[in-house]
Design a protein. Structure first.
Length: 201
């Protein structure tokens, strides 16, 4: 019995030692990451991803707005599907009572590269918040490990600056571009497509 207890005690001590060793290694790695400034590369990477996402989203909207002026000639798969749905809905209901509400619902479901338009706009803001969160974490860890005040200011201020840079590339992506696309599509449906279908019925 004493032998079993002694063996269990040795195993417990070994596990405690391994945990302390793991924590020590983690602390050393974190200190190196903070003191060498490598954590700034992480913030810069998040910032670049935020800018790229905004640029991609803007490009999607500009292309959709350009092709929404004439859905009969569009090569965009999503706009072709929207036109077909509009025609089918108009025929089934013998008209369209509220094209604005119907179009808003369709835009919410429209997907580009497997992600809907609202998702792309949300992703832009998520990168900004992630940049702020990562910078705040870096500043907190600098304080926790009792590093110089310089590092706290570096990571805290750096995250705010980079988040502001990503927002400079927004250019109304979340709101203005979507409203412009909806207005362009609604104009085509109400003034071109529906009158043409009404004459042919």
């Amino acid at each position: 019995m004493a032998t079993v207890t002694h063996a269990a005690g040795r195993i417990l001590k070994r596990r405690v030692w391994q945990l302390e060793k793991g924590k020590e290694r983690g602390a050393v790695f974190m200190l190196q990451l903070l003191e060498t400034g490598k954590a700034l590369y992480v913030l810069a990477g998040i910032c670049v991803l935020g800018i790229m996402t905004r640029a991609i989203t803007k490009r999607f909207y500009k292309r959709l707005i350009k092709e929404s002026t004439n859905l009969a000639l569009t090569k965009n798969k999503s706009l072709k599907e929207l036109r077909q749905k509009a025609e089918n809905t108009y025929r089934m209901n013998q008209g369209m009572s509220d094209s604005g509400a119907w179009l808003e619902h369709q835009l919410y479901e429209m997907k580009i590269m497997g992600v809907n338009l609202s998702g792309w706009s949300s992703l832009c803001m998520q990168w900004t918040w992630l940049c702020l969160l990562a910078g705040g974490l870096g500043a907190f860890l600098s304080y926790w490990y009792r590093l110089d005040t310089f590092y706290i200011v570096l990571y805290g201020g750096g995250s705010v600056l980079m988040a502001m840079i990503t927002m400079l590339f927004d250019n109304g992506t979340a709101g203005g571009w979507r409203e412009q696309l909806q207005a362009s599509l609604q104009d085509y449906l109400e003034n071109v497509l529906y009158p043409r279908m009404a004459r042919s019925m």
